[in-house]
Each structure stands twice: as structure tokens, then as C-alpha cells.
Design a protein around this ligand. Sequence first.
Ligand code: MRU
Length: 351
Amino acid sequence: MFQTLAWDEKNKILKLLDQRLLPHQVVYKKYRRASQVARAINKMVVRGAPAIGITGAFGLTLEALHFSSGGFSSGDGSSSLDFWHTMNNAYQEIVSSRPTAVNLSWALNRLWKNAETAVSPREVAEQWEKESLALLQEDINTNKKIGENGAALLNPGCRILTHCNAGALATAGWGTALGIARTAHQQGKVEMVYAGETRPYLQGARLTAFELLSDGIPVTLFTDNSAGHLMQKGLVDAVIVGADRIAFNGDTANKIGTYSLAILANYHQVPFYAAAPLSTVDPETENGDSITIEERDASEVTHLGGQRIAPGQATACNPSFDVTPARLVSGIITEKGVIKYPGTPGEFIDS
Ligand code: MRU
């Protein structure tokens, strides 16, 4: 299993696996400042809700370390006002790098609160480094629990359909939706994982296929528009996807195309699960209508691998996520159990 992000404790550098180059090249890039990290998130060097949250936390840590080592020419590095002004700018830059996943603000806010007792920039930087490392380790532990809770819902010989990449590459390790496939595979339960290619950015074709093959888990790629056909042929026992933000009423934002899969799954009476840490549930967001959907550059649709595939005059829309209403979700698989919203927002049923 590949490491998505790594912290070099000795040199205080963040290393990110450049996912834009996968599956052809495995290249780690080094980051020392918050603005570089924000750009890396926006440009998809790192992606996936939990992974960008942890990356953002390290981005803020890097800025605090830079400030407290006297790396700023304005101010002497000791003024508390200068420090918090700089940290606030870094926070805003990182949090706005991608708008849909709640994990980014969740992780940054955890750092912010953690600094309340620190007395100097140096102390804040040290606390943030520890907290970022804790976030990284917690995410792996959480994913393992999601894996166990999800695998318990599957029968031997299970054929799972997934979308985008909600695996080790989208988290600190193990993965959420793919973490369930990993655990179920260890238990000998997985016959096949069907991975949708996930137009336009092809996270399924480039990342999910790569990640599952590396771990020896059987995977079959399909074009996104084949999902209904596969379900109609009885080839899918469960749909399991990740999530970027889950509203208080259970409406679930995830990669564009997830909503269509949920409708198909419901029509074919195939269980449709979203797998996510509880931190993805955002109590501040009442329902799916209030979730900001990132609109990415139209060139991702009009071009493929740098080559134009649409006529020059063609306009294109490129919403990166959609919202699946809670009533279409059979269960949200978390580290604490399975949340079900059978029309009654907030009802909690342990797995
Ligand atoms: O645009 P991406 O690649 O960041 O989108 C990723 C997804 O939609 C994932 O399903 C989601 O972030 C959950 S990852 C555990």
C-alpha cells in the first residue's frame, strides 16, 4: 500500500505523493509553506476528503514553523499579532483551496482550538505538529474500524461496486470505501470490486485500479455509463462509496455520479452505502442544499490527457461533486457503527 502523505520530522518537510502522475510514475513532492500546500490541494496533487484535511493541517503547521524560526522579513517573528495575522491568512488560503469536503475546515479548526493554551509561536508550531501527526494516525485507525464495520455487512462472494477513489490514496492509509473492500478481502469475502472510471478526472481508472491491483484485490474497471447495465445483470451485491460532506439530515456529497449510482442501486434493490469517518458529518450543514459544489475547469471535460476531444467552440460544465439524498442511502458506515436515516433525520442504529 502506498503512503499518500508523509511528514519528515527531522527536516520539517511535508511529502506528498503526486497523484496526478499515477499510475505511471510514483513521485513524492516536498512542501515547506502553506501556500504551496494550498496549491497542491487545489491542483489535485493530493485529493480525497480525509487526505486533504490532514494535508491542510500540515500546511498550517509548516507556516507556524516557518514563522517561529524567524522566516518572515516583516516583524521579528516574536509579535503575537503578526503571528496570528499570518496564520489566519494561511488558514484562509488552505480552507478555500477546495470547497466541498468538510474535512479541510474540520482538521484546521482542530489545530486552531489546540493552540488556545500555547504562549508563543514556537509553542503553537510544536503543538500543531503533534496534532497533525495525531490526525494522521487517527485517520488510519478510524479507517480500519470503518473497514471492520463495513465488512460485517457483506456476505462471502460479494461483488462491490465503487466510484472515484476512497482508498488509501484518499486518506492517511487503508481507505474508507476501499478500506471496507480491503478488510472484506482479508476475510476472504470479496469476489470482485467493480471500479467506475470516474470521468472526467479518472480517479477510478488511474487510482482505484492501481491501488487494488497493488494489494492483489480483484478489480474490474467499467465506464461510468455501464453501472445500470451491471446492476441489471445482477453483478453487483453492494455499492460502497466515500463521502466529502454529510449534512445533518444525512444528505451525502461525494464525487459527481454518486447520485446517479444511488438511484440505480435503489431501483435494482442493491444496498447503497457511504463510508466515512464521523468527522465528515457536518452538524452545521442542515441539508444537501447548503453544500457548496466545487465547479472545476471545463478543460477537464473538453480535454483528455492534454488532448482536446471536444470541438473548440464546445462549452462544458464540470461539477466535481453531487448530493445523494439521505433517503437513498442504506447506511453510512462510520468508525462507531452504521447510521441509518430511514426518512427520520438523525436516527442512529448501531451495527
Ligand atoms: O475530487 P476528489 O478526487 O478529491 O474526490 C474524492 C471523492 O469524491 C471521495 O469519494 C471522497 O473524498 C472520500 S475519500 C475517502
